[in-house]
Design a protein around this ligand. Structure first.
Ligand code: DMJ
Length: 943
């Protein structure tokens, strides 16, 4: 459609209040129309190169899917490092993440429609037969309702949608008789008991065999669920209703959505992260567009597209307006409190929000989509992948990356919207990074730590459901796909549902527009499909012009504290409130401010100071609020600093045949011996020491001489083992955990402490591996005898590893364009000999991650806020944070920027005195309490 126009036109306005089916179809067209014409100035990508990249995606999919089918099926997922299936109950529990696994061959079901998109029709036919033959949906397993819906119900429905499409074409699937749909219906009925709550919000988990209530169910006692968990059902449930005529599914999903809408915070129009399914109270009152909320917004807009119900669009627009007002701080998207939306709730962002630019494309709001996407791309260029969470000054906050597809998804939609070949180059980088850093001999392994490049024994099903689909579609032309993708909408798991469902079995009455929430100035987009004639003002370089000012936003960023603080104070020329990062316990002016804020300073015997806030002692409500913010910042700063002071994990990379550097194991560092962050890596063949525990002089020095010795944990101090192997001539040591089955997937990594004595005599590097990672090396020795490893702070580029020509000929050549690995990040070494890190302490006491809660964290019941800071934190140099930088290259502290007038100015008007403040003290205290609670929960929360 757009090619005819010769420019990036990709949508048509439709008449005001168009018939809903037309709106649905047309809005969906907005997603997928692109241009291939691009003016001089930008570098277009040739059809040949796009085809080459498309073929590379196909080859990568074959590698992932083939290994899953060969080594894991019928298990739910492949464990690509140990090359076997992940069967729930047979592996150590990973907590909530395992709730996606229902012993229903998850990866196969999640991959069904990807096979068709990738033109693997024959394989699709085989896969459907396998699902029908092998999959049992009646297992005694407790699964997540959300994950089962998006991955399994969505997978079955996507498979069914494409099966009937193929059948109609007349070549494949001629035998198909709606069997996948029957399975989907069976699964739908299994999920329905979860909705048996007064609110209509579903329980988060259900037992596939026993439901919720039965004693054998082992679930049904939960009180909370996440907003996305309750609000991401409508596409699959409505599709199931419309495909089958059984209206109950759509009714239940609508009821849950209606309830969430009713419960939105009425003044901010935002929703919290978790909600009580019985009372409807918000449990976590922070609000963003990432983890916990993300696909709720996605499904409101897509429900409008698929079902044509205006009320969904209006709800979406109302929330979107709030998101853009409070959460969007381009290019950042920062969580806020629902009841105090001008107050940021975090100083970091999570990787799940990377889907949001794609949703903004569907909404038709391209500028912020381009900005956020560009910021995310720069983070990726820095770390090769998007870390699970990163701070607002772009440091790694949580270092994992489970091969999430959200960024590829947004890249695809932005390319479709802009036709800008830049996004093809972005896709090419994603492909290169996946091959270079995540590809292992048996599939693709999640990144355990993007800083070290170490792997996790995990390949999530969404990698096959989404990543390959979006990457393939990015490079594909219309004729490369055997059906018209524009006739379908993508679910959050990228499953395809046909738009014709909008006119089928519409027995649920559509809600009409109400006047309740129509005061938005959104008239351009309310009833029309976004049109680039308006969006891009006829400028084909529009996207580039938006990216340009952001080109150094990540590299040139400066450390920042919480931004957006009492903006009106700056405007009025008043002194900005004291920031935690600027605080100096020796500065009398600061102490005076503290007093005004109701914060008192207690000097502890060990040299630390404890800060305690008594809100009631503050000079005014504004000062009390500043005090609360100061305390929150201090807790977060303290937690961040503790995290930074930990030694980061290290990498053990197996470099010999057949691994060739592809397998990277996460290792704990030692507080003694060679510091791998400061020295070149150590490379050598491994040999087991005798005795294996390394607690006495080795009896096999000839075997370990010049090698890296393997020693078992236990029975003596780590330092003693190090000395014994060093004396035998070892060039390094790997201590392997003696707790069978332990793994860095399930246990927090720790650093090996010295023995309390001087350890300067230990010169060799020592690393620690949990038993599961250690057994990968031990198995390799059994199978290949000579196993060579590299001990380093970060996995090394495989091109550099393959120095042996023999190795080189065995290994596939890596791309010429592969960038060299980034140099190691600065390591902050803790000089303290923390007694908690002593050899015999339990691993939990020595965790590198997550960081310990700051000492003195307040108990909500006390109504006091307290934080401890160590002496080293008391003298942070305030000038450090004001070093110059800006989006254009110099450092700009956003706090110092003039701000637009705020909508909530009255809330914190400095002229309002304590006595005049309308809000009663009880409610202020309750609010503070909630803030502290929410903050503590956020810190503990996992993505
Ligand atoms: C997928 O399962 C879905 O996209 C979901 O909405 C959240 N993210 C994961 C992949 O990251």
């Amino acid at each position: 459609m757009s090619e005819a126009g010769g420019g990036p036109g990709w949508g048509f306005p439709v008449p005001q209040r168009a018939p809903w089916s037309l709106v649905a179809a047309t809005a969906a067209l907005c997603l997928v129309s692109a241009t291939s014409v691009w003016p001089a100035g930008a570098a277009p990508m040739s059809r040949e190169e796009r085809q080459k990249l498309g073929n590379q995606v196909l080859e990568m999919f074959d590698h992932a899917y083939g290994n899953y089918m060969e080594h894991a099926y019928p298990a739910d997922e492949l464990m690509p490092l140990t090359c076997r299936g992940r069967v729930r109950g047979q592996e150590p529990s990973r907590g909530d993440v395992d709730d996606a696994l229902g012993k229903f061959s998850l990866t196969l079901i999640d991959s069904l429609d990807t096979l068709v998109v990738l033109n693997k029709t024959k394989e699709f036919e085989d896969a459907v037969r396998k699902v029908l033959r092998d999959v049992n949906l009646d297992n005694d397993v407790v699964v997540s309702v959300f994950e089962t819906n998006i991955r399994v119900l969505g997978g079955l429905l996507g498979g069914h949608s494409l099966a009937i499409m193929l059948k109609e074409k007349g070549e494949y699937m001629q035998w198909y008789n709606d069997e996948l749909l029957q399975m989907a219906k069976q699964l739908g009925y299994k999920l329905l008991p979860a909705f048996n709550t007064t609110s209509g919000l579903p329980y988060p988990r259900i037992n596939l065999k026993f439901g919720i209530r039965k004693p054998e169910a082992r679930t049904g006692t939960e009180t909370d669920t996440c907003t996305a968990c309750a609000g991401t059902l409508i596409l699959e449930f409505a599709a199931l209703s419309r495909f089958t005529g059984a209206t109950i599914f759509e009714e239940y999903a609508r009821k849950a959505l209606d309830f969430l809408w009713e419960k939105r915070q009425r003044s901010s129009n935002l929703v919290g992260v978790t909600i009580n399914i019985h009372t409807g109270d918000w449990v976590r009152k922070d609000s963003g567009v990432g983890a916990g909320i993300d696909s709720y917004y996605e499904y409101l807009l897509k429900a409008y597209v698929l079902l044509g119900d205006d009320s969904f669009l209006e709800r979406f627009n109302t929330h979107y307006d709030a998101i853009m007002r409070y959460i969007s701080q381009p290019p950042l998207l920062l969580d806020v409190h629902i009841h105090k939306p001008m107050l940021n709730a975090r100083t970091w962002m999570d990787a799940l929000l990377a889907f949001f630019p794609g949703l903004q494309v569907l909404k038709g709001d391209i500028r912020p989509a381009i900005e956020t996407h560009e910021m995310l791309y720069q983070v990726i260029k820095k770390h090769n992948f998007l870390p699970e969470a990163f701070t607002i000054d772009f440091r790694v906050h949580w270092a994992q990356h489970p091969l999430r597809p959200e960024f590829a998804e947004s890249t695809y939609f932005l390319y479709k919207a802009t036709g800008d070949p830049y996004y093809l180059e972005v896709g090419k980088t994603l492909i290169e990074n996946l091959n270079k850093y995540a590809r292992v001999p048996c599939g693709f392994a999640a990144m355990k730590d993007v800083r070290t490049g170490s792997h996790e024994d995990r390949m999530d099903s969404f990698f096959l459901a989404e990543m390959f689909k979006y990457l393939y579609l990015l490079f594909a032309d219309k004729e490369d796909i055997i059906f018209d993708i524009e006739d379908y909408i993508f679910t959050t798991e990228a499953h395809l549902l046909p738009l014709w469902l909008s006119t089928t079995n519409q027995s649920i009455p559509k809600k009409n527009t109400t006047s309740e929430y129509t005061e938005l100035d959104d008239s351009n987009f309310d009833w029309t499909c976004p049109n680039t004639q308006i969006l891009f003002p006829n400028d084909p370089l529009y996207a580039q012009s938006i990216r340009e000012p952001l080109k150094n936003v990540v590299d040139k960023s400066c450390p920042r504290g919480i931004i957006r603080v009492r903006e009106e104070s700056f405007r009025s020329g008043a002194k900005p409130p004291l920031r935690a990062r600027d605080f100096m316990a020796t500065n009398p002016e600061h102490l005076e401010i503290l007093k005004k804020m109701g914060v008192s300073l207690i000097h502890l015997k060990d040299g630390r100071v404890q800060l305690v806030q008594h809100a009631i002692q503050a000079a005014s409500s504004i000062d009390a609020e500043d005090g609360l913010r100061f305390m929150q910042e201090m807790i977060e700063l303290s937690s961040q600093q503790q995290k930074e002071q930990q030694l980061p994990p290290r990498a053990v990379q197996i470099v010999s045949h057949p691994f060739f550097g592809r397998v990277v194991l996460t290792a704990g560092p030692a507080q003694f011996g060679l510091d791998l962050s400061k020295h070149k890596e150590t490379r050598g063949f491994v040999a087991s020491s005798k005795p294996y525990n390394g607690c006495s002089e080795l009896t096999n020095p000839e075997a370990v001489m010049g090698k890296i010795a393997l020693i078992q944990r236990g029975q003596c101090m780590f330092a003693e083992k190090a000395r014994n192997i060093q004396n035998a001539g070892a060039i390094g040591g790997i201590v392997i955990d003696d707790n069978e089955g332990s793994s860095s997937d399930t246990a927090p990594l720790f650093q090996m402490a010295g023995d309390g004595k001087d350890t300067d005599d230990i010169k060799i590097p020592m690393l620690f591996l949990f038993s599961k990672e250690g057994s990968i090396i031990l198995d390799a020795i059994r199978e290949y005898e000579d196993v060579e490893v590299l001990l380093s702070d970060k996995a090394k580029d495989r091109a550099a590893i393959l120095k042996d020509p023999e190795m080189e000929s065995e290994e596939q050549p890596s791309s010429e364009n592969d960038p060299p690995n980034q140099s190691a990040e600065q390591i902050i070494t803790s000089s303290s000999q923390d007694p908690d890190l002593a050899e015999q302490a339990a691993p939990e006491e020595r965790a590198l991650s997550p960081p310990p809660e700051p000492a003195g964290a307040p108990s909500p019941a006390e109504m006091d806020n307290a934080a401890n800071i160590s002496p080293s934190e008391q003298n942070s140099d305030p000038t450090e944070n004001h070093e110059s930088t800006s989006l254009g290259g110099e450092c700009t502290d956003l706090d110092d920027q003039p701000q637009e007038p705020s909508e909530t100015e009255e809330d914190s008007n400095p002229n309002v005195s304590w006595g005049q403040k309308a809000q009663p003290i009880d409610s202020i205290l309750a609010d503070w309490n909630e803030d502290i609670e929410a903050f503590e929960m956020m810190e503990k929360d996992e993505l």
